[in-house]
Design a protein around this ligand. Structure first.
Ligand code: COA
Length: 209
């Protein structure tokens, strides 16, 4: 089932204000619950997605703008179908890791990001969506950093994804984290972002990291 990863698989810095430095966030490789702090100091809770998250995930999807939905699922969709939400809330650790960032009281999901592991290519495909009220505050970066760690812990040799060539937020986010970008020849308008995680060539392959 395509859990809203890229269409090809399975079938200027924003204002941050003068906030004091946020506490350092520790990595979450997909099996713990921990507080995280956004660039403006706001606290959320990071944890693996849970089968009980179905309704909150549907609500979170509803809050996304049409542009965000298109960026996330590559077509228009007014709401997340419940069977898809159910499937997205059940992850097999051999197949992937899905993390959510919630309000401190757990009521609403403010960010959701996942990797799907491909045992053949030993790679992890990344997808992410952030609540529009929470974009530009470092949440995307925190989620991707955690999924990089989760992918390494799983033994993935690469983490990658596809995004629209006009998705400047995703391009900037991935570039800042050391991903390479490559325009896809076979699918015009898409850019493949990828980061080599192979410990054997960690520095040589990603000199910026
Ligand atoms: C792309 C997305 C995940 C970014 O999340 P985010 O929480 O806003 O990202 P961050 O706040 O961590 O910002 C990361 C970088 O992107 C930049 N950025 C954020 N929004 C931006 C925008 N609209 N335009 C340009 N840059 C932007 C930030 O300034 C930051 O760069 P910096 O470190 O150089 O300052 C979010 O906008 C989103 O959910 N988009 C819709 C879904 C999507 O595009 N998913 C990706 C394909 S699966």
């Amino acid at each position: 089932m395509n859990l809203f990863l890229s269409p090809s698989a399975r079938p200027p810095a924003r204002h941050r204000g003068n906030h004091p430095p946020a506490p350092k966030n520790r990595a979450n490789t997909g099996n713990s619950t921990k507080p995280i702090f956004l660039d403006d100091g706001a606290m959320l809770v990071l944890r693996p997605i849970d089968p009980a998250d179905v309704d909150a995930l549907i609500r979170a999807f509803k809050r996304m703008t049409p542009e965000q939905v298109r960026a996330r699922v590559f077509h228009a969709l007014s709401e997340l179908p419940e069977p898809v939400a159910r499937a997205m809330c059940r992850t097999d650790p051999d197949e992937g890791v899905a993390l959510v960032a919630t309000d401190p009281d757990g009521a609403e999901i403010r960010g959701e990001a996942r990797v799907h592991f491909d045992p053949v290519t030993q790679s992890a495909e990344l997808a992410i969506a952030i609540d529009p009220e929470y974009t530009g505050r470092g949440l995307g970066r925190i989620l991707v950093e955690n999924l990089i760690e989760a992918s390494k812990a799983h033994g993935a040799l690469e983490i990658w994804g596809d995004t629209q060539a006009g998705n400047f937020a995703m391009l900037r986010l991935t570039r800042r984290l050391g991903f390479e970008h490559q325009r896809k020849r076979e699918e015009a308008g898409l850019v493949r972002f990828s980061l080599n995680l192979d410990p054997a060539c960690a520095h040589e392959c990603n000199p910026d990291r």
